[in-house]
Design a protein around this ligand. Structure first.
Ligand code: SAM
Length: 368
């Protein structure tokens, strides 16, 4: 366990877990801002085969980086058990992420186990590098959808951003394989960084929009965020979503569309000529903390109630400490009911960037 994880289990006594106030072990639970737990993101590996400069830069995640040893990872049985406890508290969607989730050996087995939980939407976010090989087996195991991260269509920019010289053609093959396997509707996530890939916005929009007889994919343009502490984030490298929309609409007119469901993170825009839609995710310029229903489980079983958290809570200690599902459910409910996080709102309100002051957890470990 790292030193920024708060233990929930007092190993010296077998007494029940101390909770700030009694909370039911299941059923919906609201946090201090009236937000419910809906989406669970599980990082199933902290390793990745890319070294995207804004996420896992080589300078930090080099050859000697101490990735988690195998016995610290939650097992498939532990993940499935905790997933059921989250679902009992109202989680209706689980996204497997990482690191690169397709690097986790036998991921299909984990998907089969999670897919057996009734009423759950099961999705995965991937860099697409292994998707051509795995799309069919993932679908057969019960995965419903995938989101593929892709930051540019031109090879030089893409290779430079992934920093392992990975060709864009293989990711496009993966996207095609996922679509053929029935893992759609597929979303393509592009993180936009000024001066690095902002020239790739229009080509991405053009490539993935629908045209007569050809269904496209929804591209979601994501503002570059100050997650973690290693990417050297600067505000002037953020391209505001409003600018992205303006750029696209000047060539391919867009109209705003309402959310699919309350609290949807992406703001939706449709091409007025029926070319499908795009999304923009504006966590820097338009914080959506007020409707955030996300919770994250790190690779080694720590719970994070905010992407920008500086500390997690040790659920693995409970799983491995002989606690019952009811006890773990009560601890989870207590944690959520005490949740007050609104980091992005605070960032927006700050006159100087708070990100420089905080020691935030890396996204590869906490789950993107
Ligand atoms: N390896 C998988 C992938 O590439 O999709 C899953 C993990 S990755 C951390 C999840 C998502 O987080 C990717 O879409 C990635 O682009 C995004 N991401 C990572 N760092 C980011 C940052 N600083 N700002 C915005 N998005 C970021």
């Amino acid at each position: 366990m790292n030193d920024r994880v708060i233990p929930l289990l007092d190993a010296r006594r077998a007494a029940p877990i101390a909770t700030p106030r009694p909370v039911a072990s299941d059923g919906p639970v609201a946090d201090t801002r009236g937000r419910y737990m809906r989406d669970l993101r599980i990082s199933i590996t902290d390793r990745c085969n890319f070294r995207c400069t804004y996420c896992m830069p080589k300078t930090v995640f080099g050859r000697d980086y101490p990735f988690l040893p195998r016995d610290e990872l939650l097992s498939f049985e532990e993940i499935t058990r905790i997933a059921r406890i989250f679902v009992a508290h109202g989680v209706s969607k689980i996204r497997l992420t990482g690191g690169e989730p397709l690097l986790r050996r036998n991921i299909e087995r984990l998907i089969e186990m999670l897919a057996a939980i009734p009423g759950l939407e099961l999705t995965l976010t991937t860099n697409g590098s292994l998707l051509a090989k795995k799309a069919r087996s993932l679908r057969d195991a019960g995965l419903q959808r995938v989101t593929v991260s892709l930051d540019a269509l031109d090879d030089p920019t893409f290779r430079k951003m992934n920093d392992v010289d990975f060709p864009v053609a293989q990711v496009l093959e993966g996207i095609a394989a996922a679509e053929a396997a029935g893992l759609g509707p597929l979303k393509v996530n592009m993180v936009v960084k000024r001066g690095t890939n902002d020239h790739a916005i229009l080509p991405m929009a053009r490539h993935f929009r629908s045209s007569p007889g050809v269904a496209g994919h929804i591209v979601r343009f994501i503002e570059y965020m100050d997650v973690g502490s290693s990417n050297g984030w600067k505000l002037d490298e953020v391209v505001p979503s409003a600018e992205v929309v303006q750029l696209i609409t000047a060539e391919m007119p867009l109209a705003a569309v309402g959310p699919n469901y309350p609290g949807e993170v992406a703001e939706r825009w449709r091409y007025v000529d029926d070319g499908g839609e795009i999304g923009v995710i504006s966590s820097v310029t338009q914080a959506f903390c007020a409707s955030c229903t996300r919770v994250r489980l790190s690779t080694d079983g720590s719970l994070y109630t905010c992407l920008f958290a500086t500390a997690g809570h040790d659920l693995r200690g409970l799983l491995r400490g002989g606690r019952s599902d009811a006890e773990i459910g009560a601890a989870l409910g207590a944690l959520w009911s005490a949740r007050a996080d609104n980091y992005s709102e605070q960032r927006a309100a700050a006159t100087t960037s708070p990100s420089t002051a905080l020691n935030k957890i890396e996204m590869s470990y906490i789950g993107g």
